[in-house]
Design a protein around this ligand. Sequence first.
Ligand code: NAP
Length: 419
Amino acid sequence: MRHIAIIGSGPAGCYLADNVLRLLPDSSIDILERLPSPFGLIRYGVAPDHQGTKAVTRVLDRVLSRDRVSFFGNVEVGRDVGLDELMSLYDAVVLATGAERDRRLGIPGEGLLGVIGSGAFTGWYNSYPEHPAMHLQDVRSAVIIGNGNVAIDVVRVLAKGPAEMAGSDLSPEVMSILNAQPIETIHIVGRRGAADARFTEHELAELGTLQRARPVVVVPAGLVGQSAVVETLRRFAEDGRSTQVAINFHFNLTPIAFLGDERLSAVQFRSADGKTTELPARLAVTCIGYETVACGTASPANGVFPNEDGKIRDGLYVVGWAKRGPSGTIPTNRTEAQQLAQKIAQEVAGSDRPGRSALRQLFKERRVCWVDHAAWRRIDAAELARAGDGRCREKFSTIGEMLEAAQVGQNLSCPGARI
Ligand code: NAP
């Protein structure tokens, strides 16, 4: 038997498990996850109104339910078990921990109230457990920095009215905070030109279909070049509708400062010709990418775990955003997982390492209360059952509520709840 531990249950970790299972009939795979729930960014990053994208969880859940796979949720490497300990128990350990920390712009005023990174903002609107409260106040104008798909998600969630969020899993609390904002203008600002924007055409085009908001290109003459994105923006520039909310596209503006006393009042930019421009805003969301953070004794450099084609050192591998940085869509992880699974199949031999049985024993001794796959299914069922009208799911927003729904205290595999 080859015992493999994967840390992280997002798409990178789950697709890797799937591929290792296919390639290695003698493998046993344990997936460790800090939260009681699996699926990482699918659950807490993908926007609540994109339930079609979130539906990939059905595929990933099938991986977790396979005989040779065990899910250990609510377990943190570095707190409940050391990375070195895991490496002594398993033939291979794979970091699939993503990139959770927001990159910073490093400009004055970044600490003002009302300035927030996209990871924190999307975590909030996706009900990430124990998330700090969001103090939005009288947001008439918001500035979204960055020209990638995350910026589009943030714009869309701010721009949509409550009726357009029907069928989503946006929580009632988040919905009421968003609805309380008298939002009129959302500025989306790129530091380069439209032809260099990283939006995908499909995501961008969706902004032209909203009910209460319309996209506006602030300087249509600046739309140079040919690409599907530029063509979509040209179509936007012809949209003469009048709507409650305007989504203003600005290009070639580099952010240089957030202005305000305690709370943000405006964002200052510099254009290519050296002129400065200020856009008023009570909210600024920086959507400029993410960095991975340490996992136990493994430390990242330049936002990723240094690796050679997914290998960090003998017995330790990395996959997904923790390996390559925050780029690529969900299917990117499938291809990458196939490649890493092949490498593991070639390089990792079976040994007398004990794997799962020793991990369970260690958790029992440490009174670690883990959530297995059946317990996760109970959380899932409870969230679906309490969804209410117009909502497909209502997530629990605290770890305590999740563990209660998981009924892990009654699970014989969990003798002493460490909650
Ligand atoms: P991204 O696509 O890399 O976009 C990041 C943006 O931030 C770029 O416009 C970049 O500009 C800008 N930026 C970086 N540093 C900056 C700075 N110092 N000042 C100003 N602007 C700066 O990243 P993302 O939007 O976070 O998305 C991450 C990945 O997830 C992408 O592959 C994305 O496609 C994917 N995703 C997909 C979906 C979907 O398919 N629905 C949804 C969300 C995310 P430069 O180009 O000039 O560097």
